[in-house]
Design a protein around this ligand. Structure first.
Ligand SMILES: Nc1nc2c(ncn2[C@@H]2O[C@H](COP(=O)(O)OP(=O)(O)OP(=O)(O)O)[C@@H](O)[C@H]2O)c(=O)[nH]1
Ligand SMILES: [Mg+2]
Length: 304
């Protein structure tokens, strides 16, 4: 991001801006784009983000704690889905302002649900219309923006492209102005509230999800079992990949272990770059039947 113009504010502003939206609208992509670093994983699959996390944006006159949340959704009533919806709703109610995100030219029942949840907070809402890079010609957006504006008395409606980085400075300006005056709540060098172990587990899960998009309808979970520094200075990680059924184990591993090796390699390269250390990953696949509907398993994963 770099250059955001908030110089019209005479006092320092600080607070929490929580993302609200159905799965897949681009909430995590936006958080990463605003922070200028990947703090939240992104995939083309809905329900990627499973828990809330914070990305911190420090400006000369404001500190914005962007709260990424799981997409609000209907659908399978597993304990995991209930926990995701609950987490998202709770994160919204703890915020100072809510960024209600939709995809340009689209409005679904889940968008309706998400707007209902966002309104229930009684906080000011900023509408963010993402993925405008797909709209050609841009004038096609105008009736959509008008319809959206009629749905709620939004503070502002900001069309942008998180992926292409279009119009982000405008959004930052709007958020900073909506936050209350006050000192920064986090040290300026901090970029996220999440631990190294969390970011490792999430990076592995992202690479797995990208590899397995169609094959594992219930997805996987990743548990970090060990994290330590080896004598040569490398960070050594042992991670268990949880699958739901024995048949899924072979799918994740792939012929001759090829797929799991590819996932491990992609995760390792990204972690080296992202966290500035050298990683050594040992991945193994564990069958944990019904994990997504098992409260104990979810607590162990930190998603509830
Ligand atoms: N064309 C386009 N695609 C985008 C844009 N922003 C995000 N995407 C894509 O949309 C998909 C979903 O992005 P995410 O950031 O994971 O969406 P999310 O809202 O966090 O999804 P959940 O975590 O499942 O709730 C990914 O394939 C992104 O690359 C954008 O501005 N333009
Ligand atoms: Mg997400």
């Amino acid at each position: 991001m770099g250059h955001s113009h908030v110089e019209f504010m005479s006092e320092f502003h600080s607070g929490f801006a929580a993302l609200a939206g159905r799965p897949n609208v681009g909430k995590s992509t936006l958080v990463n784009a605003l922070i200028g670093q990947k703090v939240s994983i992104v995939t083309p699959k809905p329900q990627t983000t499973r828990t809330r996390l914070i990305g911190l944006l420090n400006l000369p006159q404001a500190q914005i704690a962007l709260v990424d949340t799981p997409g609000l959704h209907h659908g399978p009533e597993r304990a995991l889905n209930r926990a995701m919806n609950r987490t998202a709703a709770a994160a919204l109610s703890d915020a100072d302002v809510v960024l209600f995100m939709v995809e340009a030219l689209r409005w679904t029942e889940e968008d309706e649900l998400a707007l209902r949840r966002a309104r229930a907070t009684q906080l000011p809402l900023i509408a963010v219309v993402n993925k405008v890079d797909r709209v050609r010609p841009r004038a096609r957006l105008l009736p959509y923006l008008a319809e959206l504006s009629a749905r709620h008395d939004f503070l502002e409606v900001v069309p942008l492209s998180a992926q292409k980085g279009e119009n982000l400075a405008e959004l930052v300006r709007v958020i900073a102005r909506a936050l209350p005056p006050g000192p920064a709540g986090f040290p300026p060098e901090q970029i996220t509230d999440r631990s190294e172990a969390f970011r490792i587990a999430e990076t592995i899960r992202e690479k797995l999800t990208l590899e397995l998009s169609e094959e594992l309808p219930y997805g996987v979970a990743v548990e970090i079992e060990q994290l330590m520094t080896e004598p040569d200075g490398r960070r050594s990680v042992a991670a268990a990949i949880w699958v739901d059924r024995p048949g899924q184990k072979a799918i994740v591993i792939g012929a001759g272990g090829e797929r799991l090796r590819r996932v491990g390699r992609a995760a390792r390269l990204e972690l080296n770059r992202l966290l500035g250390q050298r990683y050594h990953l040992s991945l193994w696949v564990k069958v944990r039947a019904g994990w997504a509907d098992d409260a104990r398993a979810l607590r162990q994963l930190g998603v509830q």
